[in-house]
Ligand binder design. Structure first.
Ligand SMILES: Cc1cc2nc3c(=O)[nH]c(=O)nc-3n(C[C@H](O)[C@H](O)[C@H](O)COP(=O)(O)OP(=O)(O)OC[C@H]3O[C@@H](n4cnc5c(N)ncnc54)[C@H](O)[C@@H]3O)c2cc1C
Length: 413
């Protein structure tokens, strides 16, 4: 690179810093993620429905080889040692390039966070490097047939037995349940404990006797990930499989959600961004009706304008929540993560719906769909449901504001 190139690169990085606050190093990482996802993801999923359901193992191996699975995992556990902000930038690029692959790959990082955040040293040393290398899948099993949004207590029991636990119960909707090497299970360890105070999170290796897994069948979107029912029948685990403290499962989960919900917000933003870019291209440069590009018609221009503003707001929400988390802003983390998750997923769903409308009949079709916008719409909906539905995000935010009324300004920021 000659001196002029270097100067131009520095000026571009400085302009980007002024616009987004991203440092040159963060911009480099973002560019690397964009180049990899932009060149490798498109074309993997074809109109053949089987390709949408098949996890691209070779591509995931290359993704892991590049270090993308563990961007925000500490170096001693095989990661790159960056923060949540850097990982969010990568998730945005992954989901922008392809919603299904982006969501599927980023979920590996999201699910592994519970060990990275609350696991003890042996657990982290055993599992995190394997996940970073793409050699095993993690899973988290909270949801039960009778306990979805309700995390006050669980029907799954973990009874103390000598120096360990015996676990019995049924979990549903476990992502990567069919492939997972271990499950982080929320189980009642004190059946008489008060709400939220009587359950623990416990790691159960898949090969323990008494663990059985069954797929839950087809679903609307993110078809590349399995969703499973996991049954624990008299499963014995040693006491050192406890993740976090006994009967303090809710604290482990709250720390986990404060991070994972920002990643879900980043997923939503990435899916919307990819749809918007394709719709803008189509409306301004490709599709004419009665002699004019369709973007020149007011309703289309308005849909584009709404979508641009929505995406700009999503960027602000994700960057703020991620920065706050990385800075260790404890009091706001839960609130900002819930706000980012709720608003980004709601806005993303509306943006992708507008984009589908801009593609007209072609947007509705599976075959010949110029931007896979039909698949993006099916995929993005999950961001309003998992890691707590958006109605639950409302409850969390209201409860926070009751205790900290002066934080109301955070909503309007
Ligand atoms: C594809 C997919 C992947 C998933 N992955 C995982 C996973 O890996 N691990 C895991 O443990 N779970 C997972 N889930 C489960 C997911 O987190 C739950 O589906 C979600 O939390 C909602 O629980 P529920 O389905 O039981 O709905 P319910 O809790 O029964 O809610 C039904 C409706 O009632 C509303 N509602 C419920 N309670 C309240 C309330 N108090 N106030 C206002 N409204 C309320 C909800 O917002 C929703 O609209 C996954 C789900 C899906 C679909």
């Amino acid at each position: 690179m000659d001196a002029l190139d270097r100067l131009l690169t520095q000026r571009r990085a400085a302009r980007e810093y002024a616009r987004t606050g991203l440092t040159p190093e963060q911009q480099d990482l973002q560019r690397a993620a964009r180049e990899f996802a932009g060149s490798e993801f498109p074309g993997i999923i074809t109109p053949d429905p089987a390709t949408e359901k098949t996890f691209p193992a070779d591509l995931f191996a290359a993704y892991a080889e590049l270090g993308m699975t563990a961007v925000d995992v500490a170096e001693e556990y095989g990661g790159a040692g960056y923060g949540l902000l850097e990982k969010a930038l990568c998730i945005i690029e992954d989901c922008r390039a392809d919603s299904t692959i982006g969501l599927a790959f980023s979920l590996v990082s999201i699910i592994s966070d519970v060990l990275a955040i609350a696991g003890h040293e042996d657990q982290k040393r055993r599992w995190l490097p394997l996940i970073a290398q793409g050699r095993c899948f993690p899973a988290i099993s909270l949801t039960e047939p009778d306990h979805g949004s309700d995390l006050t207590r669980f029907n799954t029991r973990a009874e103390t037995d000598g120096d360990g636990f015996v676990i019995d119960g049924v979990k549903v909707f476990t992502t990567y349940g069919l492939e997972a090497a271990y499950f982080i299970v929320a189980a009642q360890t004190d059946p008489d404990g008060p709400d939220y105070q009587g359950f623990s999170t416990i790691l159960v290796e898949r090969d323990r006797p008494g663990v059985s897994v069954a797929g839950l069948g087809d679903k609307l979107g993110i078809k590349m990930t399995s969703s499973a029912e996991v049954v624990f029948c008299g499963v014995r685990v040693p006491r050192q499989n406890l993740v976090g403290e006994l009967n303090r499962g809710i604290e482990t989960l709250n720390r986990f959600f404060a991070k994972s919900r920002v990643k879900i917000a980043a997923q939503a933003l990435g899916v919307a961004l990819g749809a918007l870019e394709a719709a803008e291209r189509y409306a301004t440069r490709e599709r004419r009706q009665t002699g004019r590009f369709i973007a020149q018609y007011r309703p289309v221009a308005e849909m584009l304008q709404f979508s641009r503003q929505a995406v700009a707001r999503m960027w602000k929400l994700v960057l703020r929540a991620a920065r706050n988390y990385d800075a260790g802003g404890p009091f706001e983390s839960t609130f900002l993560a819930a706000l980012a998750k709720r608003d980004c997923s709601n806005l993303a769903e509306r943006v992708v719906r507008h984009c589908l409308q801009i593609f007209g009949g072609y947007g509705y079709m599976r075959e010949g769909n110029p931007a896979d916008v039909e698949r993006r719409l099916r995929d993005v909906i999950i961001t309003t449901i998992y890691e707590g539905t958006n109605q639950i995000m409302d409850l969390i935010m209201r409860s926070h504001l009751r205790q900290h009324p002066h934080d109301r300004h955070l909503i309007y920021w």
